[in-house]
Design a protein around this ligand. Structure first.
Ligand code: ADP
Ligand code: MG
Length: 334
C-alpha cells in the first residue's frame, strides 16, 4: 500500500448559512495516524466526509499528495471507511461482506479469495468467515468492517468513531489491534473520536476541534503538556484552574506535590475527599493560598497516599512547581 499525504486549505462547510466547519487547515503526513478529537457536534464527521468526498465543501480545498481532489467524486478517491454502526450487510457472511467491494474490480476469483483471506486473518477472523453479522459480537463485526475497508487496498483509511459502540474491554483491545494494523500497512489514517483517552493512546497527531474550529494540533504529548487554550487544557486530561496574581493559571492534578509535613514553599491545605481509583487516588483539597473559593484535585499513586497516611480532614502541605504551571493570560479575559 502506498502512503499519501492529505491536506486541507481553508475548508469550510455551511448548512443554510450556518457554519459547521470553519476554515480548517490540516496537514497530514504519509503514514500518519491522526485523531480528530472534540465534543459532539463540533464538526468532526463533517470534516471526514469532506475529505472522503461524501459532501462538498462550501469553500476551501482538499489535496491528496499535491493533487487538488476537491472536485473529484467520492468513488474516485480510493479510501476505506469504517463507521460507528458496523454497517454490514446482515444477509451476507463475514467473507461475503469483506469481498463485496471487490466484485466490480477486475480480479480473478482466486485473487479475491487471497485478498479477503489476508485481511480476515489480519483482523483475527480467519475462523469466522462463514458467520453472519448476527452471529458475531460487536467487536467482531467491527473487525469485519475494518477488513472490508482494507480489502480494496485504499490509499487512506477513515474511521468515524469505530470503537464508540463497543464495551470498554473490547474497545481497548481493538485500539491496539487497529494501531498495529495501521502501522504494519503504513496507511495514512484519520480517526474521529470524542474520547480523549482513545486519541492520546492511538494518535501520532491529535487535531482538537471545538465549535467548527480547529483549536490545536500536535502530538499527544504536546497537546497534553502544552495546551494553547483553556478549552484544550480542559478537554484533554483533568486540570485545576485558579486565579492568581490577576492571571488564569492551571496545573494538572498529578503535577501538584503533596506531603504530610511542611516543606519549603509549601502551603497548608485540607483534604476534603479521597476518591479511590484503583492504582491512583484523586484527592480533593482546599487551600486559601491557592484559591479561597475552589477546591482542587491532586492525583497520587494509591501506594503514596498510604505511605503519607493521608486522610480526609487532616492537614497536608502542597506546592505547585512553577515549571508545571500553565498560564492562560489575564483572568478578566477567561
Ligand atoms: N446534513 C446536515 N444538514 C444540516 N446540518 C448538519 C448536517 N450534517 C451535520 N450538520 C450539523 O453540523 C454540525 C457538526 O456535525 P458533525 O460533523 O456530525 O459533528 P461531530 O461529528 O463532531 O459530532 C452539527 O451541528 C450538525 O447538526
Ligand atoms: Mg460525528
Amino acid at each position: 500500500m502506498s502512503s499519501v499525504s492529505i491536506k486541507t486549505e481553508g475548508l469550510t462547510k455551511a448548512y443554510d448559512g450556518h457554519t459547521v466547519l470553519d476554515n480548517i487547515n490540516l496537514q497530514i503526513n504519509p503514514g500518519e495516524f491522526v485523531c480528530l478529537l472534540g465534543p459532539s457536534g463540533c464538526g468532526k464527521s463533517t470534516l471526514l466526509r469532506l475529505i472522503a468526498g461524501l459532501d462538498k465543501p462550501t469553500k476551501g480545498k482538499v489535496f491528496l499528495d499535491d493533487r487538488d481532489i476537491t472536485n473529484l467524486p467520492c468513488s474516485k478517491r480510493n479510501f476505506g471507511i469504517v463507521f460507528q454502526s458496523y454497517a454490514l450487510f446482515p444477509n451476507l457472511s463475514a467473507y461475503d461482506n469483506v469481498t463485496y467491494g471487490l466484485k466490480n474490480r477486475r480480479m480473478t476469483k482466486r485473487q479475491i479469495e487471497e485478498t479477503a483471506n489476508k485481511y480476515l486473518e489480519m483482523v483475527g477472523l480467519s475462523g469466522a468467515k462463514k458467520r453472519f453479522p448476527s452471529q458475531l459480537s460487536g467487536g467482531e463485526q467491527q473487525r469485519v468492517a475494518l477488513a472490508r475497508a482494507l480489502t480494496i487496498e485504499p490509499d487512506f483509511l477513515l474511521l468515524d468513531e469505530p470503537l464508540s459502540a463497543l464495551d470498554a474491554k473490547v474497545r481497548v483491545k481493538l485500539r491496539h489491534e487497529i494501531c498495529s494494523i495501521q502501522r504494519e500497512l503504513g496507511i495514512t489514517t484519520i480517526m474521529v473520536t470524542h474520547d480523549q483517552e482513545e486519541a492520546l493512546t492511538m494518535a501520532d497527531k491529535i487535531v482538537v476541534m471545538d465549535k467548527a474550529k480547529l483549536m490545536q494540533s500536535g502530538t499527544p504529548e504536546e497537546i497534553y503538556d502544552h495546551p494553547q487554550s483553556r478549552f484544550v487544557a480542559d478537554f484533554i486530561g483533568a486540570i485545576n484552574f485558579y486565579e492568581n496574581e490577576g492571571e488564569t493559571k492551571a496545573i494538572r492534578p498529578e503535577k501538584i506535590v503533596i506531603n504530610s509535613l511542611p516543606g519549603a514553599d509549601s502551603s497548608e491545605a485540607v483534604l476534603t475527599d479521597i476518591e479511590f481509583r484503583g492504582n491512583f487516588c484523586r484527592l480533593s483539597a482546599r487551600s486559601d493560598a491557592i484559591s479561597k473559593e475552589h477546591e482542587f484535585y491532586i492525583d497520587l499513586p494509591t501506594q503514596r497516599v498510604r505511605e503519607l497516611k493521608l486522610c480526609v480532614g487532616a492537614p497536608a502541605f502542597v506546592n505547585m512547581p512553577e515549571a508545571e504551571v500553565l498560564h492562560f493570560g489575564g483572568a478578566s479575559r477567561s
